[in-house]
Design a protein around this ligand. Structure first.
Ligand code: F6R
Length: 650
């Protein structure tokens, strides 16, 4: 939630003074950068905000350092409002700037509450992602010192605090990089989750940041450096990035990156290369990122499967650096995740239990640590997160590790916090997911969790090599089958558009189709803002059937008739029960299952595939249905109301 960008550069040949008063931890310095500094701060920051807007779109703002001091522009609403504001009130060229796109927590989405917030008589500008939990107490303290506040935000309190500390240090005779010293001291006083970025008019060519439990990565340039909530904040300019640890301060100048802890002790970051380029984060001719990402799914699954077998045909998961003896002794698996990622976990549970015979629980991260769960050294926790920054999942991971469990993260974002704090990570290679509603990450997460399940089955001897190879072959066929679903999507697209007046849509599934039904309902809720609910088909008669009335649309994810005929027969009965009560049924069935036609108003076929892999296909029409229905209502499918891509607050 909230996107953050920072930039410093220098003109070609310009020499800026280096930092003083901070340890010379300049391991990422690029001293050969005499030709660097090509970009203006505003261009970089606005481009970064454009790419990060999916993290929050309630308001946006920028501040740049100009010869006459700090200048800032900010505006409620989407980034385009800020663009208009900048056209009406242009800012001068600058080489030091910060920018913010907001998902409101404290204070509504107004111009005044938008970031940056100014302090030290307008000489300092600060932006923030997170929640400062002790802001009320700090605010009272600062009010007593005579400060005034014009917004309702916790961020303005952090800016005020930083300003007061900065002024105190200056008045006390502090020299050199006082902004960094002030940031260190301010962060020592703050509780909660925060990434703060600040600039001060006394220090052109310097952006300082402090970070606890909120995301921040550094981008390394040539005579210029960058900060971003994630790498998309600077992907147009560099693919060299540095991952930071918790409770760190990072100060960038055009040629230096200096990292310390909150007490000024040198600290380390880890450099990594971003393996996708700016084009991957563009719409590529589609009307929306969501549509593009739905069409990226054959690749997302294919890339996640790539390079997983050795020449003997054994499954290899190189990244899974947990002692094999520990993995062999695991007696329980707990999958932790939220939202769509949790549904991926629920799908995976069926496969993992079947292949590995290890009891597997799937729990919403935010419920997990508040219920005294039974977790110990024999528990393997699988934390699934597209962003790698979901605060609820991060907190659950920390809790699980404190109890002695080993944690494997399944994650789509390099340099993010959850993999960094886990014992091992299995990356999904879905590429950047920009649309707020998750699509390709979901299929890639199921794929990665299946790889993990098969790997455990291999290691523990639950499955023979040829059995694993058969599943791997079936998995390898999935990208082409997804493509078939996409190529034949016109009918479901039309149906979605035709149903734009529906007030409620119910989804039914059974076995692996149950989490698929819940995922289909979630997509519709978040995109089309209508009531949608996913039920286990067998649960219908225990209550939900009371919802069925004349004309109620119900989407049914039908189990395979060839592979699971008893389940199939039961769901057919369920369909008959609801039709008898007036439901309009839309059935997603396996190719060749013509038996369902007698009981369905609309049938949409997907290629036949083994039952456990079916969610990789049956989810796709549900995504397309939700996209088409929401688009027909005229809604912004990439940025649905009230949501943000990366939920970095609890
Ligand atoms: C729904 C959606 C969310 C996320 C959830 C977890 O379309 O995107 O439900 O799945 O917020 O996010 P990650 O996977 O980043 O931890």
């Amino acid at each position: 939630m909230c996107g953050i960008v920072g930039y410093v550069g220098r003109e070609r040949g310009q020499v800026l003074s280096t930092l003083e008063n901070v340890p010379p931890a300049v391991e990422f310095a690029d001293s050969s950068a005499d030709e660097g500094g090509r970009h203006g701060a505003l261009d970089v920051v606005m481009e970064g905000l454009r790419r990060l807007e999916y993290r929050g779109y309630d308001s946006a703002g920028v501040a740049v350092l100009t010869p006459s001091g700090i200048e800032s522009r900010k505006k409620a609403g989407k980034l385009t409002n800020l663009v208009q504001e900048l056209a009406a009130e242009p800012l001068p060229r600058s080489l030091t700037g910060i920018g913010h796109t907001r998902w409101a927590t404290h204070g509504g989405p107004t111009d005044q509450n938008a970031h940056p917030h100014l302090a030290d008589q307008g000489r300092l500008a600060l932006i923030h992602n997170g929640i400062i939990e002790n802001y009320a107490e700090l605010k009272a303290e600062l009010l007593a010192e005579g400060l005034t506040f014009i917004s309702d935000t916790d961020t303005e309190v952090a800016a005020g605090l930083l300003g007061v500390i900065y002024r105190g240090l200056k008045d006390g005779g502090a020299k050199g990089d006082v902004l960094t010293l002030a940031m260190q001291q301010a962060c020592q006083r703050l509780e909660g989750a925060f990434t703060l970025l600040a600039i001060h008019e006394d220090q052109p060519g310097v952006v300082t940041a402090g970070r606890r439990n909120s995301p921040l990565v550094v981008g390394l340039g040539d005579g210029e450096n960058f900060l971003g909530s994630d790498v998309s904040g600077f992907i147009d300019f560099t693919r060299r990035a540095v991952e930071l640890g918790q409770d760190q301060i990072v100060t960038i100048t055009p040629d230096d990156v200096v990292i310390t802890d909150f007490f000024g002790n040198p600290a380390e970051g880890t450099e990594f290369h971003v393996n996708w380029d700016a084009a991957a984060a563009e719409k590529g001719g589609y009307d929306s990122f969501m549509e593009k990402e739905i069409h990226d799914q054959p690749d997302a699954v294919g890339q996640t499967l790539l390079g997983r077998s050795d020449i003997k045909g054994n499954l290899v998961l190189d990244e899974l650096r947990i002692d094999e003896s520990i993995l062999r002794s695991v007696d329980k698996i707990v999958v932790l995740a939220c939202g769509t990622s949790a549904y991926a976990g629920q799908v995976a549970k069926y496969a993992i239990e079947h292949w590995c015979r290890i009891p597997t629980e799937v729990e919403l991260s935010h419920e997990f640590r508040y219920r005294d769960p039974i977790v110990n050294e024999k528990t393997l926790v699988v934390a699934i997160s597209q962003s790698g920054e979901t605060m609820d999942t991060l907190m659950a991971v920390r809790y699980a590790r404190e109890q002695g469990a080993k944690v494997v993260a399944i994650c789509n974002t390099n340099g993010s916090t959850i993999p960094r704090e886990s014992d091992a990570v299995l990356y999904t290679h879905a590429g950047p997911e920009i649309a707020v509603a998750s699509t390709k990450a979901f299929l890639a997460q199921i794929t990665a969790a299946y790889l993990l399940g098969l790997y455990l089955a291999q290691l523990r001897g639950n499955k023979f090599r040829d059995e694993i190879a058969t599943v791997m072959e079936d998995l390898t066929e999935i990208p082409a089958k997804i493509q078939t679903v996409l190529d034949n999507a016109d009918k479901i697209k039309q149906l979605g558009a035709d149903m734009s007046e529906a007030k409620s849509v119910l989804f039914l599934g059974r076995h692996v189709g149950f989490p698929v039904a819940m995922e289909g309902a979630l997509k519709l809720k978040e995109l089309a803002y209508i009531h949608a609910e996913g039920f286990a088909a067998g649960e219908l008669k225990h209550g939900p059937i009371a919802l069925i009335e004349e004309g109620q649309p119900v989407v049914v994810v039908m189990p395979s008739s060839s592979a699971r005929n008893s389940l199939h027969a039961k769901v057919v009965s369920n369909v008959q029960e609801i039709r008898a009560r007036g439901a309009v049924t839309i059935v997603i069935a396996e190719e060749g299952d013509t038996s369902v036609e007698a009981y369905s108003e609309h049938v949409f076929y997907v290629p036949a595939t083994p039952t456990l892999l079916a969610p990789l296909l049956t989810t796709v029409p549900l995504q397309i249905f939700a996209l088409a229905l929401a688009s027909a209502k005229g809604y912004d499918v990439d940025q649905p109301r009230n949501l943000a891509k990366s939920v970095t607050v609890e």
